[in-house]
Design a protein. Structure first.
Length: 353
């Protein structure tokens, strides 16, 4: 009995000792503030510059200070744990910095330009240095080209992904996987040159929104195939086996169980593909033709698009054109955000429960 009491007392003493060796609350935030202050002091007296460099240097100082303090107070094990956790969070914030910087810059430069007139008027009869004008013709082109690209790419990519996961074996499946991997790395200008050579030069069709959509399809299909393939692989095999045990055919199992289970991830991959292609510029330079007028027919005549409009206006020397380019960039970001929100809402409504 005495031995048990002694062991219990020793255990409580060790727990109290470990608790006393924990860093006090407020130490870590204080070290972060001190690291930022020291970095600011060094950047003010040393020949350094740039906000990004300041953030990275502050993060490194914080990691060193926190690890050294934790090692001295808490011991090696806790110091390593704190270092790993802080390293993950610090690198995440550093990686997030360029995104926040871009979003902030676009909002600051383009928010004053985006208004009702800007969104509902085209550039027809608007001079290079004239104020006013809008992006309605470019938004129409972007939405039509994105719609045509999606109508072609999504069914094709889904069928290829289902084949690779559910049916594909042997040399044919390996060949399809190889070509999908190769197409993933194709530069956008190469896709544009291919469609321009085949569609315009060989068959003699004119440059149009449909021709641009064909080039964007080449870029979108491998992205959707790869993401859909990974989502289908995440569906547990037990669900398939249970359906087969009940006598459900394989094609019905895929349509009613596998695809609905993976649908949220599939929709996310589709939106990533759409977001990529509607921001491409290189194929549009070759295939759209470009126009300042509104054209609702993607099969007839030149069209415009937001990336092409941004490229054109950003190359102008006058401030009015630069402002229109920033406004179009903000509109493009808003369109992508709205499409993602709609897709996530659809995925949430169709989720299997």
């Amino acid at each position: 009995m005495a031995l048990l009491q002694a062991d219990s007392s020793r255990t409580r003493a060790n727990a109290t000792s470990l608790a006393s060796r924990t860093l006090p609350r407020g130490t870590v935030p204080g070290l972060g503030i001190a690291a930022c202050g020291l970095a600011a002091l060094l950047f003010s007296v040393a020949p350094f510059g740039g906000f990004a460099g300041y953030v990275v240097f502050s993060g490194l100082l914080f990691l060193v200070a926190q690890t050294a303090t934790s090692f001295a107070v808490e011991g090696r094990r806790h110091a390593v744990d704190r270092f790993a956790s802080s390293l993950v969070h610090t690198t995440f914030l550093i990686a997030l910095l360029p995104l926040l910087s871009v979003v902030w810059k676009v909002l600051a430069q383009g928010s004053d330009q985006v208004n009702g007139n800007f969104l509902t008027h085209s550039m027809r009869n608007v001079g290079v240095s004239d104020a006013g004008g809008g992006i309605y013709h470019s938004m129409v082109g972007t939405l039509l080209q994105g719609l045509i690209t999606s109508l072609i790419s999504i069914p094709l990519a889904l069928l290829v992904a289902v084949y690779l996961v559910e049916y594909g074996t042997g040399k044919l499946a390996r060949s399809v996987t190889f070509f999908v991997d190769v197409m993933t790395g194709i530069p956008s200008i190469v896709a544009g040159l291919f469609i321009y050579t085949v569609w315009v030069l060989t068959f003699g069709f004119e440059r149009s929104g449909f021709a641009a959509a064909l080039a964007l399809t080449i870029l979108m299909v491998p992205t959707v195939v790869r993401s859909t393939e990974e989502m289908l692989k995440l569906v547990p095999n037990e669900l398939r086996e249970a359906a087969y045990a009940l006598g459900v055919p394989k094609w019905r199992t895929i349509l009613r169980i596998v695809i609905p289970t993976a649908l949220p991830g599939i929709i996310t991959g589709i939106m990533l593909g759409i977001a990529r292609v509607i921001g491409e510029t290189a194929p549009l330079l070759l295939l759209l033709g470009g126009t300042d007028s509104i054209n609702f027919n993607a099969l007839d005549g030149p069209q415009s698009a937001l990336p092409l409009f941004i490229y054109d206006q950003a190359g102008r020397p006058n401030p009015e054109a630069i402002d229109r380019a920033w406004g179009a960039a903000l509109a493009l970001i808003l369109i992508v955000m709205i499409l993602n929100l709609v897709a996530r809402s659809v995925a949430r409504l169709t989720r299997v429960r």
